[in-house]
Write a protein that binds this ligand. Sequence first.
Ligand SMILES: Cc1ncc(COP(=O)(O)O)c(C=O)c1O
Length: 397
Amino acid sequence: MSDERSLDTRAVHAGEGRAKAHDSLTTPVALTSTYTFESAEALGRHHRREVEREEYGRYGNPTVRAAERKLADLDGAEDAALFASGMAAITTTLLAMLRSGHHVVLTRDCYRRTRQFVTAVLPRYGVESTVVEPGDPDAVARAIVPGKTRLVISESPTNPYLRVVDLEALRAIKAAHPSVKFLIDATFSTPVNQRPIEHGVDLVIHSATKYLGGHNDLLAGSVSGSAALIDAIRDFRGVLGGVLDPHAAYLLLRGVKTLGLRVARQNASALSLARALESDPRIERVFYPGLESHPDHRVAVAQMSGFGGVVSFLVKGDGPRTERFVDACRIAAIAPSLGGVETLIEQPALMSYYEMSPDERLAVGIPDNLVRLAVGIESCDDLLDDLARALDAAFAA
Ligand SMILES: Cc1ncc(COP(=O)(O)O)c(C=O)c1O
């Protein structure tokens, strides 16, 4: 088959090959923790890398390997490695890439645990960081310390304000700093909406727990990049041990096959919901890169083929009114996470940032009336009705 196959076709077939054990159509789940060698000679051939085969479960598994090949294909990368969660992918990748004395540039609006790892954990190991605004490529360039900065890390779109980083501007910065590697957490976009490697990015991370798995039933994380970088990161995974379970790898393979269908629906519904919310006088502000009012709309149009399934917005009024609105939603369930078939809703102030005081939250840009809606694949009309009814309930009280 040629490389011109569309992403939807590759999502179904890539990585899995035609011939499978027992003539099975789907990739079997290889439930084994170790692998046998028929002789000392066969073991030697494996160590000399004359054959491609597995050795021990912490170093690889054929079901996981098929999912890795599929994700590498969709990201347009030479290789990919899978992990037990998105955070295992992030922490293992960073620990593999960084040494004491290195410096990291991180964009501010990002998953709280990523920021915690970079700004609170890495300094214990002698790695310092500078945090800059995601919409400001000049700030990224200024933050690079020649000879010390090893990594520039950003999400795109970011969590929860959906800032879209200008990847072509990053490419220009990278050209001036060839020893710096650029890493994008593309969890919110998926390879359907944006492929950072095509813009010169070195490493792409996904929390595969979200859209790639797509059914809110597994935890997984991936990193894609050049064979050399992924080899080194996979070796580090063998040290840290955060491997993906083969059952979860099977669910991931199965989930990715419908990625294109799901994300197309989620893109379309999220745009309709964002527009409806923006025209509702009870909503103070909507953050969605598909809206002309979003600060990164121009970059998003140039760089993305869809704007994703997450919409963030401010309800007019205080935290308690926002709680009443969220509580009144019947389809959208109150839960962390995003990207699955079920629509989820959360107030970041009460979920990821619950242990901070309101002032501390405001300092990190999380007001109590902020809502994050992760759109699923239900009927868009039903979701519009659900939100309108929940707003009626919140404003009637
Ligand atoms: C953008 C982003 N990256 C990484 C993670 C961490 O992924 P996981 O929950 O699979 O560890 C999350 C989790 O919400 C996320 O939103």
